[in-house]
Design a protein around this ligand. Structure first.
Ligand code: ISE
Length: 339
């Protein structure tokens, strides 16, 4: 049984704990911490955990009854616990983004390279989604030929939070596409550009410009347009279409039932990501548990993947200022992360 220490007890932590308790095998939560103690106590109570409520993240990480750490705290508080877990030689699953700073990502990569071991898995759960897995397999099979261009839709019914900012469309939402696209296209990014089309007059978030279009250019020439809209009103929709030399592969248009009722034929659209990626959240954490139990290291999205996403996100946020394309430059991939 893998003993997990949880840092951050908000909504995504609830998703992971629910999965650990009710859907996954081989792990239990033994220590939890949140800066708001009541949030930690509420999580323990809601899921009937026998976990201890710690008084600090360090106490969780250093605890003898913690074999691995799960970081679900606010995005800009991931760095310290990740680094401490690595220093303690404890594997760590961190929610995306790995951190909100390129420099911090570099330090995490450097720490793993120095240790000569991977400890970090980043919560880019779309790689575990069965539909994205099929899309990747189809592209890799050569059925559609070399990928030439793509279109993605990342729409939210309403902004994820009432304080969601112009930058958050990139560092909290587009960050998923910044991970999945180089994985799907088997390529590296050449440049990224953010443009603001006509803005949505129904947007209530003053600090948030919405919608946004991100244009990603790959080194082998493919171009992908990512439409970000946090005020779709009709629902949460994730699309990904890849056009190749010989055909098109794309996520299915419909992932909910076809309904024939009230003299209509229709399908419902998800309200948010929790339903659309239910299986992906379970598969990513089960993989972390299984790999750590068997090999002491995770095999999912690595700290280097987290670094690529962060560099790309940083350049996209810089492009928001001018709407000009900016190059994405990465150092040589360390040997630790070669496939
Ligand atoms: C949220 O944090 C997630 O990770 C969801 O998967 C994403 O679709 C949403 O845009 C983010 O705000």
């Amino acid at each position: 049984m893998l003993n997990l220490g949880l840092i951050g007890c908000g909504s995504i932590a609830g998703t992971h704990v629910d999965n650990i308790v009710n859907h996954l095998k081989g792990a239990q939560v033994t220590e939890v911490f949140d800066v708001v103690r009541e949030a930690a106590e509420a999580l323990v109570s809601k899921y009937g955990l026998s976990a201890k409520v710690a008084t600090s993240a360090s106490q969780v990480i250093q605890a003898e009854d913690v074999d691995a750490v799960v970081v679900c705290s606010r995005n800009d508080t991931h760095f310290e616990p990740i680094m401490e877990a690595i220093k303690a030689h404890k594997p760590v699953f961190t929610e995306k983004p790995m951190t909100t700073s390129q420099k911090e990502c570099q330090k995490i990569v450097d720490a793993e390279v120095q240790a000569g071991q991977r400890f970090v898995q980043v919560g880019f759960m779309r790689r575990y989604d069965p539909y994205y897995q099929q899309l990747k397999k189809t592209i890799d099979s050569g059925l559609i030929g070399a990928p030439l261009m793509g279109y993605c839709r990342h729409f939210a019914t309403v902004p994820p939070t009432e304080y969601f900012t112009t930058e958050n469309l990139i560092d909290d939402s587009f960050v998923h596409e910044s991970d999945i696209l180089h994985w799907l296209f088997n390529d590296e990014y050449k440049s990224v550009q953010v443009q603001f089309p006509r803005q949505n007059s129904t947007n209530q978030n003053e600090g948030m410009r919405d919608p946004q279009i991100v244009t990603v250019k790959m080194k082998q020439g493919a171009i992908v347009n990512v439409y970000l809209d946090m005020n779709s009103h009709y629902g949460y929709e994730i699309k990904c279409q890849v056009v190749g030399e010989k055909g098109i592969a794309q996520l299915p248009e419909i992932n909910n039932l076809d309904l024939h009722a009230d003299r209509k034929v229709y399908h419902e659209v998800d309200y948010d990501w929790s339903n659309r990626f239910t299986e992906a959240y379970q598969l990513e954490l089960q993989d972390f548990i299984d790999q750590v139990a068997a090999n002491k290291s995770p095999a999912g999205p690595t700290a280097w993947d987290g670094y690529i996403a962060n560099v790309t996100v940083d350049r996209a946020i810089q492009s928001q200022k001018t709407e000009e394309p900016l190059t994405v430059e990465l150092p040589q991939k360390p040997a630790l992360y070669q496939k």
